[in-house]
Design a protein around this ligand. Structure first.
Ligand code: ATP
Length: 295
């Protein structure tokens, strides 16, 4: 018997970053939107914990106990006083180290898959609690849809979304380390104000208005990501020239996100980005996507 869970990637439609806190984290106002690019995590009985991964970026994924999916299984097993005797297989379609929360998605997926496989019957609140321990973006991977994250991003308030939004994601050649991007943010922004969610952006989500969302997208980490990975400016320009309504770096990058009018525009902008030579590949996707779910 095995259990497979499908988990979406995310884009931050607003990422407002405050100053570094004494514990090293930053206070955030983080508006997450789940997008329809998915990893699938399959949990099957095994003699001991084992992780395998398949997909175009699989070589970059650690298969030891630092893998976030393995850490999720260990955390659930420990709480329920049982061995983490599971084989986790990750079918990876979310770009690795791309600012789309791929590792977080796998953690949420593994947690749900192990809970179902082991019959631990953890409550939603307990699952969310474990997610928050594993990382700031993990609770959202479980919940999906759209949500405002505050604190270091892990305190979630679900948001209503009034329609579908169409995107293209340009996958960069290479990755960016999230901690390195935050360090660069601290260097570039010594006096960051307290982060606040944009009422205009929340209204654009609520009404499903792509033009209004395009006018309000923002990412405080974008300057830091561009400083560490200057070639991203060429990708942003190529997508904008191809007709995207708006372009921004996704989270800590280096994936770039392009909001477009509809599915046809997504195909056109993706083709133009692929032909531009400024990215490794470009993927159309729709939002909001549901959170982690057993298939
Ligand atoms: P975020 O958007 O949450 O900042 P990200 O999308 O930039 O994350 P990830 O794909 O989650 O980055 O990977 C970041 C690093 O985490 C990778 O370079 C890899 O070494 C490590 N990692 C641990 N577990 C996983 C996993 N299951 N999938 C991908 N990377 C993992």
């Amino acid at each position: 018997m095995s259990v497979t869970v499908r988990v979406p990637a995310k884009v931050n439609v607003q990422l407002a970053v405050g100053p570094a806190r004494p514990d090293g984290f930053h206070d955030l106002a983080n508006v997450f939107l789940a997008v329809g690019l998915y990893d699938e995590v399959t949990a099957a009985p095994a003699d001991e914990l084992r992780v395998t991964c398949a997909g175009p970026d699989a070589a970059q994924v650690p298969l030891d106990r630092t893998n976030l999916a393995a850490r999720a299984a260990l955390a659930l097993a420990e709480r329920h006083g049982r061995p983490a005797d599971v084989h986790l297989h990750i079918a990876k379609d979310i770009p690795v180290a791309g600012g789309m929360a791929g590792g977080s998605a796998d953690a949420a997926g593994a947690l749900l898959a192990c809970d179902a496989l082991w019959g631990t019957g953890a409550s939603r609140a307990e699952l969310l609690d474990i997610c928050a321990e594993l990382g700031s973006d993990v609770p959202f991977s479980l919940v999906g849809g759209a949500a405002l994250g505050t604190g270091r991003g892990e305190r979630l308030q679900e948001l209503a979304v009034g329609g579908d939004f169409h995107w293209v994601f340009a996958v960069a050649d290479g990755g960016l380390s999230t901690p390195a991007v935050y360090r660069e943010f601290d260097r570039l922004t010594p006096d960051a104000p307290a982060p606040e969610a944009s009422p205009a952006l929340l209204e654009a989500l609520r009404t499903g208005d792509a033009a209004a969302l395009a006018a309000t997208l923002s990412n405080d980490l974008q300057a830091a990501a561009l400083s560490l990975f200057p070639a991203l400016a060429d990708t942003l320009k190529a997508g904008t020239e191809a007709g995207a309504l708006a372009a921004l770096v996704s989270g800590s990058g280096p994936t770039t996100a392009f909001l477009v009018k509809d599915a046809d525009a997504a195909e056109r902008v993706a083709a133009a980005l692929r032909a531009s030579g400024t990215c490794r590949t470009a993927r159309p996707a729709t939002s909001p996507a549901p959170g982690a779910g057993v298939l």
